[in-house]
Design a protein around this ligand. Structure first.
Ligand SMILES: Nc1ncnc2c1ncn2[C@@H]1O[C@H](COP(=O)(O)OP(=O)(O)O)[C@@H](O)[C@H]1O
Ligand SMILES: [Mg+2]
Length: 328
């Protein structure tokens, strides 16, 4: 199969951490061809969508020359088996327009995740669909309303920008803190932009659990424990990764959320759980599969590629007859 990855430039990604590389290693091991594209490489002509792609060669974990790109060529995206849309946030206008191009491929090429789902599911706001399963949450640009909410939830809250990722801009509000008002000015751009405020969940000290889902089913989970001197558990800002299990209560939450995720074409998803509550639904480029594989002692990315093989051939039975192209 030919698999296209719409993603960031490879230079900025860590070969031993990045989940897209894990997919590419697993796909290559199964004889498929990996093709890299940036957002700007996707183009449309007369209603058909194409991309200028480059073959990706991903080395084994820990190797000195971990990843490189081959010579570019154009592909008709309706002719490839699947497209992974794995561009990191922010979700800006370039990202939006690219999802509108990829939209043309629905039903012809397997899209992970679906471009309409990606547009609909802001990673913070999507939690509003599951109010009973999340911490108490306020979304507003109104600073006075946020300060009143802070008192209502007991004097400790977390404020986050709607377009952030990797812990960026996530701050703690606490009654009496003289930085509160300045932080609200910053995060709401002086009362003009929406921000999300959640009750502070003290269980965050035990960790923020990333549960990876594939088509609504649990693939596995990793726990991310924040540094002693930080609120944020993200790996990107120094969160320590440890093995963990998914509890029956968390599985029940997943089961409750799955129908909506599937309806929105959100197949590869990372839920963030703190103290059993869902704080964020990661859909653009959820990560954690390499850490999960190390803990599980098997390649979890291979499960995802095996699923792609099944789903893509259901969509287009002829894919089965296409011989594997150049491995790597
Ligand atoms: N309601 C909350 N209570 C306690 N800590 C939180 C809460 N929400 C987020 N955090 C902390 O902030 C980090 C980042 O928040 P998150 O909502 O996952 O945004 P992102 O990962 O996109 O930056 C989490 O890993 C967690 O450590
Ligand atoms: Mg998160």
């Amino acid at each position: 199969m030919r698999l296209v990855y719409v993603m960031d430039p490879i230079e900025g990604l860590l070969p031993d951490k990045d989940t897209t590389f894990a997919f590419q290693r697993a796909a290559s091991a199964r004889g498929h061809q990996n093709l890299h594209a940036l957002l700007r490489d996707v183009f449309a002509r007369d209603g058909e969508v194409f991309a200028r792609v480059r073959p990706v060669h991903v080395g084994p974990p820990g190797s000195d020359a971990p990843c490189s790109l081959g010579d570019p060529f154009d592909v008709h995206l309706a002719d490839v088996a699947a497209i992974f849309i794995r561009k990191d946030p922010p979700f800006d206008s370039d990202y939006l327009y690219t999802t509108l191009l990829l939209e043309r491929l629905r039903g012809r090429t397997l899209l992970v995740n679906d471009p309409r789902g990606l547009r609909d599911a802001n990673e913070k706001l999507y939690t509003l669909h599951f109010a009973g399963l999340t911490p108490r949450t306020l979304v507003t640009a109104d600073r006075a309303r946020i300060l009143a909410f802070l008192e209502e939830v007991g004097g400790a809250a977390v404020i986050k920008p709607l377009d952030g990722a990797g812990g960026m801009g996530v701050l703690m509000l606490a009654t009496g803190d003289k930085n509160n008002r300045a932080m609200l000015d910053l995060l709401t751009t002086e009362g003009r932009r929406l921000a999300m405020v959640q009750e502070y969940l003290p269980a965050v000290r035990q960790g923020d659990k990333r549960v990876l889902l594939l088509e609504g089913q649990v693939l596995g989970a990793i726990n991310r424990v924040p540094r002693a001197d930080d609120l944020r558990s993200n790996i990107h800002v120094g969160g320590r990764v440890e093995p963990t299990e998914v509890t029956p209560a968390e599985r029940a939450v997943v089961a409750a959320m799955a129908p909506r995720l599937l309806q929105d074409g959100l197949f590869f998803v990372g839920l963030d759980f703190i103290g059993g509550k869902v704080t964020e639904v990661n859909v653009t480029s959820p990560t954690g599969i390499q850490e999960l594989s190390r803990h599980a002692g098997r390649d979890v990315a291979a499960d995802v590629i095996a699923w792609i093989e099944r789903r893509a051939s259901e969509l287009d039975p002829h894919l089965k007859s296409i011989p594997p192209t150049i491995a790597g």
